[in-house]
Write a protein that binds this ligand. Structure first.
Ligand code: ZN
Length: 131
């Protein structure tokens, strides 16, 4: 595993931490870091609300990247609860395929940081409706 993954992990770890924002909103149980094609790291946390207005950490990090004027993802790393392992949900995969049609299959996803297990989005979504 190269040091960029470590930098991404440290960036995601820096924003990780559950917090109660109001009686209806919590955030930060999951955090994520996205590496853009230019080499910048963008972070995001999950936001959970009572009526499904929230967002996954991965999509929040991707939106942070878009907010800052970048549109191509190279890598995605997420720190799930208890720092376990996990792949992005269907909504996050869908966003990545729509953002980068023809290119999304090369996005690298950290599945298990402790084990250094990495998969591409193409491996995770072999028969998506977008090529
Ligand atoms: Zn998701």
């Amino acid at each position: 595993m190269d040091k960029v993954w470590t930098e991404m992990y440290e960036a995601a770890k820096a924003v990780l931490g559950g917090r109660t924002i109001s009686d209806y909103v919590t955030a930060g149980e999951v955090s994520a870091a996205v590496l853009s094609k230019s080499g910048k790291i963008y972070t995001g946390v999950c936001i959970d609300t009572c009526s499904t207005l929230g967002i996954c950490a991965e999509r929040n990090a991707i939106f942070n990247m878009i907010t800052n004027g970048e549109y191509e993802i190279a890598r995605v790393l997420c720190i799930p609860p208890n720092e376990g392992k996990g792949a992005p949900c269907g909504a996050c995969r869908e966003l990545m395929t729509q953002l980068m049609p023809g290119k999304y299959k090369d996005i690298e996803i950290m599945i298990d940081y402790a084990e250094g297990r990495i998969m591409t989005l193409g491996e995770l979504t072999p028969e998506w409706w977008i090529d």
